[in-house]
Design a protein around this ligand. Structure first.
Ligand code: 4AD
Ligand code: MG
Length: 430
């Protein structure tokens, strides 16, 4: 007999199969038992008839509790009203373990309780749907870059220097010196872009950000393309095309999961490039009109980003940020030294910044000045400066935070549900 998974049962109509899984739910109506089986691939209703199974086996079924593990053999039959349109008419089953007092019941639990039980919460229907959409988003991103001849080059996690400001570095003992966990792979991505033309890296990044917002993790995943001979305009186009592709693929392949999350597909279908563009200076004006006490030169926080992004039903590209508030490697605008050729993309519905990028400074003297201004140790950046000494070219890139994109696509309010095991200021467990 064939062992199959629930996502494939439609191929075995009227055939006898074996399915391994866990009890999601049970209920009885007289001499008929209903068992919803969960196998990680889907949910399937199983029908257990006392007259067919015999008294002893039917009693064994009565003892099954939520999350008990078992193998079931039976015939696949059609039932329009069952989840997925099919059910299993059970001949026999074998129990691996009866699970007692499973801590997550169908009743409402608070977020802290659920996060403490994250190792079990992952089994629930909603969390399953969110992480399957995360998987789809990651796959689409990889496919997009692979199709466009980018080379995936992995960047290190232990690093000797900072790229996104020294205030959010995690340090760790590294034999007789200190190492920092990477905040970004970008500087290495720039080296790779000079070697491969089109580069991307995709991995975890770490920031000791003391922000307890619904958008900040201390460990998050970022994808970062870096492109040689590319200016800011082309850089924005790559980001727009990437976002377009992600939405197209998620809508095509993850309808079921979006339905479980009650996400309105029409809202997602509307996300098509080109996206509106607005300068930082225009944003400051809008914010002032909206009652924000912010002046030119200040950085945006989450409330400011939310205010701007809520004005659009598509992502909005913000450009022309003051150089003072942006990283040392961003190229100054030749037409206005006070601002950089950098961009942030803010997602609609108040999701805030999902992408940050820029054209990179190519003038080694400007870089040296910026490194000094930021009190960075030039010695640690000599290898990076070599990229400006040997065949320097205009180049650009950006970073996209995966968890923020997942939160937006899924329409969920807190980033902690978008990563399997969230790390925040107050959480390192499980
Ligand atoms: O804007 P950021 O800091 O840009 C960089 O790190 C550049 N080096 C990227 C590049 O040009 N290659 O971060 C990029 C994105 C943000 O837009 C956001 O989506 C995400 O990374 N991000 C976070 N996501 C979750 N939690 C945090 N604490 C995050 N910090 C940044
Ligand atoms: Mg940023």
């Amino acid at each position: 007999m064939k062992t199959v998974t629930i996502n494939n049962v439609s191929r075995y109509l009227e055939e006898n199969v074996k399915i391994n899984g866990w009890v999601y739910n049970t209920r009885r109506s007289g001499k008929i038992g209903f068992l919803i089986l969960r196998d990680g691939f889907g949910l399937l209703q199983c029908i257990l008839e006392k007259s067919h199974l015999g008294e002893e086996n039917f009693n064994k079924f009565k003892d099954l509790t939520q999350e008990s593990s078992l193998s079931i053999k039976g015939k696949v039959v059609k039932n329009e009203r069952a989840i997925g349109g099919f059910e299993l008419f059970v001949d026999e089953f074998e129990v691996y373990q009866v699970s007692t007092d499973y801590p997550i019941t169908p009743k409402e639990h608070g977020p802290d309780y659920l996060m403490n039980n994250r190792h079990l919460w992952l089994r629930s229907k909603r969390q399953n749907a969110i992480l399957k959409i995360r998987h789809q988003i990651i796959k689409s991103i990889r496919d997009f870059f692979d199709m466009n001849d980018f080379t995936l080059v992995d960047t290190p996690i232990f690093t000797p220097n900072s790229a996104e400001g020294t205030s959010t570095l995690f340090d760790t003992d590294y034999f007789d010196t200190k190492a920092y966990l990477c905040q970004t792979g970008q500087l290495y991505g720039e080296a790779s872009a000079m070697a491969f033309g089109r580069h991307y890296n995709f991995g975890p990044c770490f920031r000791a950000e003391k922000s307890k917002t619904r958008r900040h993790l201390t460990e998050f995943w970022m994808v970062e393309p870096e492109i040689a001979f590319c200016d800011m305009k082309e850089n924005i186009k790559w980001a727009e095309k990437l976002i377009d592709y992600i939405f197209q693929e998620v809508i095509k392949n993850k309808r079921n999961e979006l339905k479980i999350l009650e996400r309105d597909i029409h809202v997602l279908e509307n996300i098509k490039a080109p996206f509106p563009k607005i300068s930082y200076t225009e944003c400051i004006n809008l914010l002032n009109k909206g009652g924000f006490d912010i002046k030119w030169g200040d950085d945006f926080g989450s409330p400011e980003e939310t205010f701007i992004s809520e004005k659009y039903d598509k992502p909005v590209v913000v450009f022309g940020f003051p150089s003072k508030i942006k990283a040392f490697y961003m190229k100054r605008d030749p037409e206005n030294e006070k601002v950089v050729l950098g961009m942030d993309i803010l997602a609609p519905e108040g999701y805030g910044e999902i992408v940050g990028g820029s054209e990179r400074e190519t003038d080694i003297n400007v870089l040296l000045d910026r490194i000094k201004e930021e009190n960075l140790n030039q010695k640690d950046y000599e290898w990076y400066l070599d990229l400006r000494r040997f065949g320097s070219v205009p180049h650009s890139g950006f970073g996209m935070g995966i968890e923020r994109v997942v939160a937006w696509v899924c329409g969920i309010s807190h980033i902690r549900e978008t990563i399997p095991f969230a790390r925040t200021m107050t959480r390192l467990n499980p």
